[in-house]
Design a protein around this ligand. Structure first.
Ligand code: 13P
Ligand code: SF4
Length: 399
């Protein structure tokens, strides 16, 4: 006789519903598990897992098979089907950051990548609507670059601790304190902050931007806001002196050099890759450091068999899906802001055309100048990497 696990049995009840319920008897006053089950997000929205949805989505399941169980798929596939249909109706694209969960990243993301790649895509896309599967500053960047397009973010609360650490008024005070010095802002800032700065940078081009702006202004000191650790890690890669703000990414600041030593002890032979928003003591112990896309590329190109990515949790899931032969050690930290974005709210955003991100025109024009100053730089031929190991500490002045 066919034996079913409890989970599979419940799944059958979910899928078969009344048919199964008829052959199972429950005592008086007892609800069947099917009756007790809460409706899924798809069911609450009237999105069925019917034959049409199944036929259109079956081929997509292998992309997320390590993340979504077969039992969960009927709750996910209707969103994928209807999001992809709504994208066509609205002439919309989904720009998905590397930190999105694999269902969003692999199943509905039209363009995937790091902050710089998504900004470049926002500037050139022909679509009328951009859905930012990322955080608010990314949606603002898209709007700044594509003012005629409707830019939607599925959850307005998707913020960023770095963006929250500094205001435009702070930058005006910094400008007064350090006259004649260029101010580079990480893209992880509000439009208001970008409008006060001379050029933006991302983790993909931070050292290049600092050296460019120092040469252009004829100075040997550059102000970098708001990420202290990115600034420190840049300082170790250039002769330009860095003046830094004390903002931190709440995800990456939690990693320590001691974490890396413990990982190496527990998992010998693991290649350690770190994002440059981590403190320098992490990079001192790491084997490789770079932007999210540089980390992903390194896993693919380096031939490493066992890796750990010291960055946001979903990165490992997404990179693992593309590198089936690589073993991933997965200590990671979740970004609560990135995790606000889901298939459910992407569907709602496209259906109801919410939540629109706007930027006042006066701010937009000035912020665009700072972003364009970065986008106009030559595109690096390889993903830039940061120094790791000895020599990652360089003196930095804190504002
Ligand atoms: P990148 O994708 O540019 O590496 O940025 C990481 C990040 O933390 C974005 O919020
Ligand atoms: Fe901001 Fe850090 Fe989250 Fe990126 S991971 S959005 S830098 S808090």
């Amino acid at each position: 006789m066919l034996k079913l696990s409890k989970m599979a049995f419940y799944a059958l009840l979910v899928l078969e519903g009344p048919k199964m319920a008829r052959v199972i008897e429950f005592g008086p006053g007892c609800d069947s598990p099917a009756a007790r089950r809460k409706p899924t997000g798809a069911e609450r929205r009237g999105l069925a897992y019917d034959a049409e949805v199944k036929a259109a989505t079956d081929h997509l399941y292998p992309k997320v098979k390590d993340f979504v169980t077969p039992m969960e798929w009927p709750a996910i596939a209707p969103f994928v089907f209807h999001i992809n249909r709504l994208k066509k109706q609205r002439d919309a694209v989904v720009l998905a950051h590397n930190y999105m969960t694999p269902d969003v990243f692999a199943l509905v993301g039209d363009f995937r990548g790091d902050s710089l790649q998504l900004a470049r895509e926002a500037a050139v896309t022909d679509a009328k609507v951009i859905v930012q599967a990322g955080v608010h500053f990314m949606a603002e960047t898209s709007k700044i670059l594509s003012p005629d397009k409707t830019v939607l973010i599925p959850d307005m609360r998707a913020g960023c601790s770095l963006a929250a650490s500094i205001t435009g008024a702070d930058v005006r005070l910094i400008r007064k304190k350090y006259p004649g010095l260029p101010i580079v802002t990480y893209v992880n800032t509000t439009a208001d902050v970008k409008a006060e700065c001379d050029i933006t940078c991302t983790s993909s081009n931070a050292t290049q931007v600092v050296e460019h702006v120092a040469a252009k202004w004829g100075v040997d000191r550059v102000i970098m806001v708001p990420d202290e650790f990115l600034a420190r890690n840049v300082a170790a890669n250039t002769d330009i002196k860095i003046i830094a703000w004390k903002g931190h990414c709440e995800v990456h600041e939690k990693f320590t050099g001691e974490d890396v030593r413990q990982i190496r002890e527990a998992h010998p032979g693991t290649i350690v890759l770190a994002h440059p928003e981590c403190p320098p003591d992490v990079l001192e112990e790491a084997d490789f450091a770079g932007s999210t896309s540089a980390l992903s590329n390194h896993v693919k190109e380096s031939g490493a068999r066992k890796v750990v990515l010291l960055t946001e949790c979903s990165m490992s899931d997404n990179v693992a899906a593309d590198n089936p032969g690589v073993e991933f050690v997965k200590p990671c930290n979740l970004c609560p802001h990135m995790k606000r974005i889901s298939l459910e709210n992407i569907y709602d955003a496209l259906l109801e055309m919410k939540h629109e991100v706007t930027v006042p025109e006066g701010i937009r024009i000035r912020a665009k100048a700072a972003i364009n100053a970065m986008l106009d730089l030559p595109k690096p031929k390889v993903f830039p990497k940061f120094k790791v190991g000895a020599g990652v500490y360089a003196p930095v002045e804190i504002i």
